[in-house]
Design a protein around this ligand. Structure first.
Ligand code: MG
Length: 368
Protein backbone atom coordinates (compact mmCIF):
# COMPACT_ATOMS: atom_id res chain seq x y z
CA UNK A 1 0.00 0.00 0.00
CA UNK A 2 1.55 3.24 -1.18
CA UNK A 3 0.63 6.88 -1.67
CA UNK A 4 0.39 7.23 -5.46
CA UNK A 5 -0.63 10.85 -5.85
CA UNK A 6 -1.59 13.90 -3.82
CA UNK A 7 -3.38 16.98 -4.99
CA UNK A 8 -4.06 20.12 -3.06
CA UNK A 9 -6.17 23.19 -3.73
CA UNK A 10 -6.87 26.60 -2.28
CA UNK A 11 -10.40 28.00 -2.32
CA UNK A 12 -11.73 31.40 -1.43
CA UNK A 13 -15.26 30.92 -0.14
CA UNK A 14 -17.50 34.00 -0.07
CA UNK A 15 -19.96 34.31 2.79
CA UNK A 16 -23.54 35.27 1.96
CA UNK A 17 -23.64 37.39 5.13
CA UNK A 18 -20.26 38.77 6.31
CA UNK A 19 -19.38 37.59 9.81
CA UNK A 20 -18.00 39.71 12.61
CA UNK A 21 -16.44 39.20 15.99
CA UNK A 22 -14.50 41.38 18.38
CA UNK A 23 -11.04 40.19 17.26
CA UNK A 24 -11.22 39.76 13.48
CA UNK A 25 -13.66 42.54 12.59
CA UNK A 26 -15.65 41.81 9.46
CA UNK A 27 -14.97 38.49 7.72
CA UNK A 28 -16.29 38.54 4.12
CA UNK A 29 -14.80 35.19 3.05
CA UNK A 30 -13.03 32.05 4.24
CA UNK A 31 -10.11 30.22 2.73
CA UNK A 32 -10.26 26.44 2.47
CA UNK A 33 -7.14 24.41 1.70
CA UNK A 34 -7.84 20.81 0.66
CA UNK A 35 -5.64 17.75 0.22
CA UNK A 36 -6.63 14.60 -1.66
CA UNK A 37 -4.42 11.56 -1.19
CA UNK A 38 -4.82 8.54 -3.48
CA UNK A 39 -3.29 5.15 -2.77
CA UNK A 40 -2.13 2.60 -5.33
CA UNK A 41 -5.52 0.80 -5.05
CA UNK A 42 -7.31 3.93 -6.26
CA UNK A 43 -8.88 4.82 -2.87
CA UNK A 44 -8.90 8.49 -1.98
CA UNK A 45 -8.84 10.41 1.30
CA UNK A 46 -9.92 14.07 1.60
CA UNK A 47 -8.56 16.42 4.25
CA UNK A 48 -8.67 20.16 4.74
CA UNK A 49 -7.79 23.16 6.82
CA UNK A 50 -9.16 26.70 6.69
CA UNK A 51 -8.40 30.32 7.51
CA UNK A 52 -10.57 33.39 8.13
CA UNK A 53 -9.14 34.90 4.94
CA UNK A 54 -5.39 35.29 5.56
CA UNK A 55 -2.35 33.03 4.94
CA UNK A 56 -4.13 30.34 2.91
CA UNK A 57 -1.62 30.76 0.09
CA UNK A 58 1.33 30.27 2.48
CA UNK A 59 -0.28 27.09 3.86
CA UNK A 60 -0.89 25.80 0.34
CA UNK A 61 2.77 26.39 -0.56
CA UNK A 62 3.94 24.53 2.58
CA UNK A 63 1.80 21.56 1.56
CA UNK A 64 2.67 21.62 -2.11
CA UNK A 65 6.41 22.37 -2.07
CA UNK A 66 7.58 20.93 1.22
CA UNK A 67 5.25 18.13 2.34
CA UNK A 68 3.75 16.41 -0.69
CA UNK A 69 7.01 15.33 -2.43
CA UNK A 70 8.20 13.67 0.78
CA UNK A 71 5.01 11.59 1.14
CA UNK A 72 4.83 9.98 -2.30
CA UNK A 73 5.48 6.24 -2.16
CA UNK A 74 4.95 6.09 1.63
CA UNK A 75 2.50 3.73 3.35
CA UNK A 76 -0.62 5.87 4.08
CA UNK A 77 -1.64 3.57 6.96
CA UNK A 78 1.36 4.62 9.09
CA UNK A 79 -0.20 7.91 10.13
CA UNK A 80 1.88 8.47 13.30
CA UNK A 81 5.05 7.88 11.31
CA UNK A 82 4.01 10.26 8.54
CA UNK A 83 2.88 12.87 11.06
CA UNK A 84 6.32 12.82 12.73
CA UNK A 85 7.97 13.05 9.34
CA UNK A 86 5.91 16.12 8.41
CA UNK A 87 6.49 17.73 11.82
CA UNK A 88 10.28 17.43 11.61
CA UNK A 89 10.23 18.59 7.99
CA UNK A 90 8.56 21.89 8.99
CA UNK A 91 9.43 22.35 12.66
CA UNK A 92 12.21 24.88 12.08
CA UNK A 93 9.66 27.29 10.57
CA UNK A 94 7.69 27.18 13.81
CA UNK A 95 6.22 24.49 16.04
CA UNK A 96 2.61 25.35 15.37
CA UNK A 97 1.10 28.19 13.33
CA UNK A 98 0.91 27.74 9.56
CA UNK A 99 3.06 24.57 9.75
CA UNK A 100 0.34 22.94 11.89
CA UNK A 101 -2.38 24.02 9.44
CA UNK A 102 -0.49 22.40 6.56
CA UNK A 103 0.10 19.15 8.46
CA UNK A 104 -3.58 19.11 9.52
CA UNK A 105 -4.93 18.94 5.98
CA UNK A 106 -2.73 15.95 5.14
CA UNK A 107 -3.27 14.16 8.47
CA UNK A 108 -7.07 14.44 8.09
CA UNK A 109 -6.84 13.04 4.53
CA UNK A 110 -4.80 10.09 5.83
CA UNK A 111 -7.45 9.30 8.50
CA UNK A 112 -10.23 9.58 5.91
CA UNK A 113 -8.34 7.18 3.64
CA UNK A 114 -7.78 4.73 6.51
CA UNK A 115 -11.50 4.72 7.35
CA UNK A 116 -12.43 4.14 3.72
CA UNK A 117 -9.93 1.31 3.39
CA UNK A 118 -11.47 -0.38 6.44
CA UNK A 119 -15.06 0.51 5.44
CA UNK A 120 -15.53 2.08 8.90
CA UNK A 121 -16.87 5.52 9.87
CA UNK A 122 -14.25 7.70 11.51
CA UNK A 123 -16.06 7.97 14.86
CA UNK A 124 -16.17 4.17 15.18
CA UNK A 125 -12.56 3.82 14.04
CA UNK A 126 -11.60 6.16 16.92
CA UNK A 127 -13.57 4.31 19.58
CA UNK A 128 -17.23 5.05 18.89
CA UNK A 129 -18.71 6.55 22.06
CA UNK A 130 -22.06 7.95 20.87
CA UNK A 131 -24.02 8.12 17.58
CA UNK A 132 -25.47 11.58 18.41
CA UNK A 133 -23.63 14.64 19.67
CA UNK A 134 -24.89 17.76 21.46
CA UNK A 135 -25.04 20.65 19.01
CA UNK A 136 -25.28 24.42 19.43
CA UNK A 137 -25.82 27.14 16.87
CA UNK A 138 -22.77 29.37 16.58
CA UNK A 139 -23.88 32.96 16.14
CA UNK A 140 -21.16 35.21 14.70
CA UNK A 141 -23.26 38.24 15.32
CA UNK A 142 -21.46 41.00 17.22
CA UNK A 143 -22.58 43.63 14.70
CA UNK A 144 -26.24 42.46 14.62
CA UNK A 145 -28.91 44.82 15.92
CA UNK A 146 -30.75 43.46 18.95
CA UNK A 147 -33.78 42.73 16.75
CA UNK A 148 -31.64 40.78 14.27
CA UNK A 149 -30.06 38.90 17.18
CA UNK A 150 -33.48 37.92 18.50
CA UNK A 151 -34.69 36.85 15.04
CA UNK A 152 -31.62 34.69 14.68
CA UNK A 153 -32.24 33.08 18.10
CA UNK A 154 -35.83 32.24 17.11
CA UNK A 155 -34.61 30.71 13.84
CA UNK A 156 -31.99 28.64 15.66
CA UNK A 157 -34.54 27.23 18.09
CA UNK A 158 -37.03 26.51 15.29
CA UNK A 159 -34.32 24.58 13.47
CA UNK A 160 -33.88 22.26 16.43
CA UNK A 161 -30.50 23.29 17.85
CA UNK A 162 -29.94 22.26 21.45
CA UNK A 163 -28.26 25.54 22.42
CA UNK A 164 -27.29 29.00 21.15
CA UNK A 165 -24.02 30.91 21.29
CA UNK A 166 -23.77 34.67 20.83
CA UNK A 167 -20.88 37.10 20.57
CA UNK A 168 -20.03 39.67 23.23
CA UNK A 169 -17.28 42.30 23.26
CA UNK A 170 -19.21 45.36 22.08
CA UNK A 171 -17.51 48.71 22.78
CA UNK A 172 -19.88 49.40 25.68
CA UNK A 173 -20.13 46.74 28.37
CA UNK A 174 -23.70 47.80 29.13
CA UNK A 175 -24.68 46.77 25.58
CA UNK A 176 -23.26 43.28 26.08
CA UNK A 177 -25.16 42.89 29.32
CA UNK A 178 -28.43 44.12 27.80
CA UNK A 179 -28.06 41.84 24.77
CA UNK A 180 -27.33 38.71 26.82
CA UNK A 181 -30.22 39.54 29.17
CA UNK A 182 -32.57 40.00 26.19
CA UNK A 183 -31.64 36.67 24.63
CA UNK A 184 -31.88 34.84 27.96
CA UNK A 185 -35.38 36.30 28.48
CA UNK A 186 -36.36 35.38 24.92
CA UNK A 187 -35.28 31.73 25.04
CA UNK A 188 -36.25 31.12 28.68
CA UNK A 189 -34.20 29.95 31.62
CA UNK A 190 -33.51 26.39 30.47
CA UNK A 191 -32.20 26.64 26.90
CA UNK A 192 -28.40 26.37 27.10
CA UNK A 193 -26.74 29.67 26.15
CA UNK A 194 -23.05 30.42 25.61
CA UNK A 195 -21.25 33.74 25.05
CA UNK A 196 -17.96 34.30 23.21
CA UNK A 197 -15.77 37.39 23.80
CA UNK A 198 -13.03 36.44 21.26
CA UNK A 199 -10.18 37.59 23.56
CA UNK A 200 -11.57 41.10 23.70
CA UNK A 201 -11.27 41.94 27.39
CA UNK A 202 -8.40 42.80 29.70
CA UNK A 203 -8.27 41.13 33.09
CA UNK A 204 -10.27 43.73 35.10
CA UNK A 205 -12.98 43.84 32.41
CA UNK A 206 -13.18 40.04 32.20
CA UNK A 207 -13.43 39.89 35.97
CA UNK A 208 -16.31 42.35 36.00
CA UNK A 209 -18.16 40.73 33.08
CA UNK A 210 -17.82 37.19 34.41
CA UNK A 211 -19.31 38.42 37.69
CA UNK A 212 -22.26 40.13 35.97
CA UNK A 213 -22.84 37.12 33.69
CA UNK A 214 -23.17 34.69 36.62
CA UNK A 215 -26.90 35.57 36.78
CA UNK A 216 -27.60 34.32 33.22
CA UNK A 217 -26.90 30.62 33.81
CA UNK A 218 -24.50 30.35 30.85
CA UNK A 219 -23.02 27.06 29.66
CA UNK A 220 -19.73 28.89 29.30
CA UNK A 221 -17.95 32.21 28.75
CA UNK A 222 -15.57 31.75 25.83
CA UNK A 223 -12.19 33.45 25.38
CA UNK A 224 -12.72 36.29 27.86
CA UNK A 225 -8.96 37.02 27.67
CA UNK A 226 -6.02 36.74 25.27
CA UNK A 227 -5.66 33.13 24.11
CA UNK A 228 -2.20 32.86 25.72
CA UNK A 229 -3.24 34.33 29.10
CA UNK A 230 -3.48 30.97 30.86
CA UNK A 231 -3.06 32.44 34.36
CA UNK A 232 -5.83 34.96 33.74
CA UNK A 233 -8.24 32.31 32.43
CA UNK A 234 -7.36 29.99 35.32
CA UNK A 235 -8.18 32.72 37.86
CA UNK A 236 -11.61 33.24 36.25
CA UNK A 237 -12.26 29.49 36.14
CA UNK A 238 -11.57 29.22 39.87
CA UNK A 239 -13.56 32.29 40.94
CA UNK A 240 -16.79 31.90 39.03
CA UNK A 241 -19.40 29.15 38.75
CA UNK A 242 -19.84 29.82 35.03
CA UNK A 243 -17.39 27.59 33.16
CA UNK A 244 -14.59 29.15 31.10
CA UNK A 245 -13.99 27.89 27.55
CA UNK A 246 -10.87 28.52 25.51
CA UNK A 247 -8.31 26.87 23.20
CA UNK A 248 -9.51 27.58 19.65
CA UNK A 249 -6.49 29.76 18.84
CA UNK A 250 -3.89 27.20 19.87
CA UNK A 251 -2.08 25.36 17.10
CA UNK A 252 -0.35 22.39 18.70
CA UNK A 253 -0.83 19.65 21.28
CA UNK A 254 1.99 21.24 23.29
CA UNK A 255 0.13 24.56 23.52
CA UNK A 256 -3.00 22.74 24.66
CA UNK A 257 -0.88 20.84 27.18
CA UNK A 258 0.17 24.17 28.72
CA UNK A 259 -3.42 25.34 28.86
CA UNK A 260 -4.45 22.12 30.62
CA UNK A 261 -1.47 22.29 33.00
CA UNK A 262 -2.58 25.78 34.07
CA UNK A 263 -6.20 24.60 34.43
CA UNK A 264 -7.12 27.61 32.31
CA UNK A 265 -10.39 26.17 31.00
CA UNK A 266 -13.37 24.10 32.07
CA UNK A 267 -14.18 23.49 28.39
CA UNK A 268 -11.26 22.91 26.07
CA UNK A 269 -11.85 23.97 22.45
CA UNK A 270 -9.29 22.24 20.20
CA UNK A 271 -9.68 22.67 16.43
CA UNK A 272 -8.35 19.67 14.48
CA UNK A 273 -7.66 21.60 11.24
CA UNK A 274 -5.50 24.02 13.27
CA UNK A 275 -3.65 21.81 15.78
CA UNK A 276 -2.03 19.49 13.23
CA UNK A 277 -4.99 17.25 12.44
CA UNK A 278 -6.78 14.32 14.04
CA UNK A 279 -3.58 12.71 15.36
CA UNK A 280 -2.76 15.55 17.82
CA UNK A 281 -6.47 16.22 18.45
CA UNK A 282 -6.78 12.73 19.95
CA UNK A 283 -3.78 13.36 22.19
CA UNK A 284 -5.31 16.65 23.35
CA UNK A 285 -8.66 14.93 24.02
CA UNK A 286 -6.90 12.23 26.05
CA UNK A 287 -5.11 14.87 28.16
CA UNK A 288 -8.39 16.75 28.65
CA UNK A 289 -10.20 13.62 29.78
CA UNK A 290 -7.43 12.78 32.23
CA UNK A 291 -7.61 16.33 33.65
CA UNK A 292 -11.41 16.11 34.03
CA UNK A 293 -12.14 18.79 31.41
CA UNK A 294 -15.07 18.96 29.02
CA UNK A 295 -14.65 19.43 25.28
CA UNK A 296 -16.21 21.89 22.87
CA UNK A 297 -14.26 21.51 19.60
CA UNK A 298 -14.08 24.73 17.63
CA UNK A 299 -15.70 25.18 14.18
CA UNK A 300 -15.29 22.52 11.39
CA UNK A 301 -18.41 20.68 12.58
CA UNK A 302 -18.40 18.20 9.68
CA UNK A 303 -15.13 16.88 11.08
CA UNK A 304 -15.61 17.55 14.80
CA UNK A 305 -18.97 15.77 15.00
CA UNK A 306 -17.04 12.59 14.19
CA UNK A 307 -14.27 13.31 16.71
CA UNK A 308 -16.69 14.41 19.45
CA UNK A 309 -18.61 11.17 18.96
CA UNK A 310 -15.50 9.26 19.98
CA UNK A 311 -15.05 11.23 23.23
CA UNK A 312 -16.77 9.83 26.35
CA UNK A 313 -18.11 12.97 28.04
CA UNK A 314 -20.53 14.37 25.45
CA UNK A 315 -18.79 17.38 23.94
CA UNK A 316 -20.71 20.32 22.49
CA UNK A 317 -20.16 20.75 18.76
CA UNK A 318 -20.94 24.10 17.17
CA UNK A 319 -22.77 24.29 13.89
CA UNK A 320 -22.83 26.94 11.16
CA UNK A 321 -24.46 26.54 7.80
CA UNK A 322 -22.33 28.98 5.78
CA UNK A 323 -19.76 26.43 4.65
CA UNK A 324 -22.38 23.90 3.57
CA UNK A 325 -22.15 24.87 -0.14
CA UNK A 326 -18.60 23.49 -0.18
CA UNK A 327 -19.64 19.90 0.44
CA UNK A 328 -22.26 17.60 -1.08
CA UNK A 329 -23.19 16.16 2.33
CA UNK A 330 -25.45 17.77 4.92
CA UNK A 331 -25.44 17.24 8.67
CA UNK A 332 -28.70 16.21 10.31
CA UNK A 333 -29.91 17.78 13.56
CA UNK A 334 -32.54 15.92 15.57
CA UNK A 335 -33.83 16.72 19.04
CA UNK A 336 -30.98 19.15 19.78
CA UNK A 337 -28.30 16.71 18.67
CA UNK A 338 -26.29 16.17 15.54
CA UNK A 339 -26.56 12.71 14.03
CA UNK A 340 -23.08 11.29 13.45
CA UNK A 341 -22.76 10.28 9.78
CA UNK A 342 -22.10 6.62 9.05
CA UNK A 343 -20.20 6.86 5.76
CA UNK A 344 -16.73 5.27 5.88
CA UNK A 345 -13.88 7.53 6.96
CA UNK A 346 -14.77 11.20 7.05
CA UNK A 347 -16.94 10.62 4.01
CA UNK A 348 -16.98 14.19 2.65
CA UNK A 349 -16.93 15.15 -1.03
CA UNK A 350 -16.45 18.62 -2.52
CA UNK A 351 -19.41 20.10 -4.37
CA UNK A 352 -19.60 21.35 -7.94
CA UNK A 353 -20.06 24.83 -6.49
CA UNK A 354 -16.64 24.67 -4.83
CA UNK A 355 -14.99 24.67 -8.28
CA UNK A 356 -16.09 28.27 -8.83
CA UNK A 357 -14.21 29.27 -5.67
CA UNK A 358 -10.90 27.61 -6.64
CA UNK A 359 -7.84 29.88 -6.53
CA UNK A 360 -4.99 27.35 -6.99
CA UNK A 361 -4.59 23.66 -7.77
CA UNK A 362 -1.39 21.61 -7.56
CA UNK A 363 -0.79 17.89 -8.01
CA UNK A 364 2.16 15.53 -7.56
CA UNK A 365 2.48 11.86 -8.49
CA UNK A 366 0.49 9.85 -10.99
CA UNK A 367 -3.12 8.83 -10.74
CA UNK A 368 -3.28 5.02 -10.55
MG1 MG B 1 -14.85 31.30 19.70
Amino acid sequence: MKIASIDSALYQVPLAVPLSDSTHGEIPSFELITVRIRDDQGLEGLGYTYTVGVAGLAIHVLIDRYLKPDLLGQDPGRIEHLWERMWWRLHYSGRGGTASFAISAIDIALWDLTGKRQGTPLWRLLGGSTPRVKVYAGGVDLHFSLDALKDQARRFLARGYGAIKMKVGRPRLSEDIARVRAIRELIGPDVPLMVDANQQWDRPTAQRMCRVFEQFNLVWIEEPLDAYDHEGHAALAVQFDTPIATGEMLTSAAEHGELIRHRAADYLMPDAPRVGGITPFLKIAAQAEHAGLMLGPHFAMELHVRLAAAYPTEPWVEHFDWLEPLFNERLEIKGGRMVVPTRPGLGLTLSEQSKAWTREIAEVGARP
